[in-house]
Design a protein around this ligand. Structure first.
Ligand SMILES: [Fe+2]
Ligand SMILES: [Fe+2]
Length: 391
């Protein structure tokens, strides 16, 4: 069996040839369409950015006087307008033809009129008389409302070609809106996921901390100081948010420390101190092996928040920058908050004494650069302490 031949007539060839000889006006419209399409695909700031982009681009390219994106109820009060006037462009609402708008709403079909005053379909329209519109175009925007354009000065400025252009633009606009809405939905879902993750982390960390600290406030304060110190140290916003949560789990290993040691009022003997120190490696075990970057950071913090910059800390005796950055940050913030809080084994120290100890420990217990930054931001640190200590 022979394959089917694709026959091309002379007429087809002529039509194809015609594509090459578009008029300057038609080429201009195609180029405008391409520009508006690109602008719409780039606008991602939300509905109003997309709608304003569309109106501004229409104003630049379509020789008409007034443009509007008219939204369906219940959002109609947020409709957007653009008018060319003697004093330039305004975004003030203008009276549009309700007859045209209702007709497009009911039929779902686009409408164009060469001369509204002389158009049989609109002959009984009071709104046309009132607005004085002569040339009018209106097309539906899927699921959103209508795109409305009119001109009061001249007739016949819109033809079927402009109506097709406007219909394509309404479709592009609706696709851009759908993209923006999907993005917003995704962002909302991500925020909800983050919030539930944060709540889970805080509750788990609080369970470990509850026995020897006042409330969950210690871990919330540590999270907050760490986020601020990371920010002052020039870390990225992503890192700042990560450490805010991850640092809350620094003492999660205390779940494995017996009450008799954890709540002991006096000094530890050597054996008790050894057990107490194990909360770092126990925390490491609880948090190890996760694929989540947040838990991986929490794992590093649990293991390293009692390491000292000069190598005299535990459990590994790491030194300087061998200690992960998040461990060095948490070390300062955790020690600071512990020093200014009352514990079973000690009273709260006065603020001057606490900052004095931090200064004295720069380069010994604490990273000198980070510790210095912490001291330089004393006012903000004290504000955080106050803000996160309220019952
Ligand atoms: Fe600890
Ligand atoms: Fe702590």
């Amino acid at each position: 069996m022979f394959p089917k031949l694709l026959l091309v007539s002379n007429q087809d060839l002529n039509t194809r040839g015609a594509l090459k000889s578009l008029s300057a006006d038609e080429l201009g419209k195609l180029s405008s369409l391409a520009q508006i399409s690109t602008a719409l695909s780039r606008a991602d700031g939300g509905f109003f950015e997309v709608a304003n982009t569309l109106l501004d681009k229409l104003l630049e390219t379509l020789g008409a006087e007034r443009f509007a994106v008219l939204l369906h109820p219940p959002n109609e009060s947020q409709s957007l307008f653009r008018s060319q006037g003697p004093d330039g462009v305004t975004a003030d609402p203008f009276p549009f033809s309700t007859t045209v708008v209702n007709s497009v709403k009911e039929s779902g079909e686009p409408l164009v009129t060469l001369d509204a005053m002389d158009d049989q379909r609109l002959s009984t329209s009071v709104s046309i008389q009132l607005t004085g519109a002569r040339s009018v175009m209106c097309v539906p925007i899927k699921g959103t409302g209508l795109l409305y354009v009119d001109n009061r000065l001249s007739t016949g400025i819109f033809r079927e070609a402009e109506l097709s252009l406007l219909t394509i633009l309404a479709d592009l606009f609706s696709a851009a809106l759908e993209r923006v809405r999907n993005l917003e939905r995704l962002e909302a879902a991500y925020a909800a996921l983050r919030a539930s993750q944060e709540e889970t982390v805080t509750r788990l960390a609080a369970a470990a901390d509850w026995r020897d600290t006042d409330t969950a406030q210690h871990i919330n304060r540590v999270g907050e100081y760490c986020a601020h110190l990371a920010h002052w140290a020039g870390c990225s916003q992503e890192y700042v948010e990560e450490i805010r949560m991850a640092s809350k789990m620094h003492d999660v290993g205390k779940l494995g420390v017996p009450d008799a040691i954890l709540l002991k009022p006096g000094r530890f003997n050597e054996e008790e101190f050894k057990t107490m120190k194990r909360h770092t490696t126990m925390g490491g075990k609880i948090l190890e092996g996760s694929s989540s970057p947040l838990l991986q950071m929490a794992h590093r913090i649990a293991l390293s928040h009692h390491e000292h910059y000069d190598g005299s800390g535990y459990p590994e005796g790491l030194k300087g920058e061998e200690i992960p950055l998040e461990g060095r940050i948490t070390s300062i913030c955790d020690a600071f908050d512990a020093m200014c809080s009352k514990r079973v084994y000690k009273e709260a120290y006065p603020m001057d004494k606490v900052f004095g100890i931090i200064r004295a420990e720069l380069g010994r217990q604490f990273d000198p650069r980070l510790g210095q930054l912490f001291i330089e931001h004393r006012d903000e640190v004290e504000q955080i302490r106050e803000q996160f200590s309220k019952p």
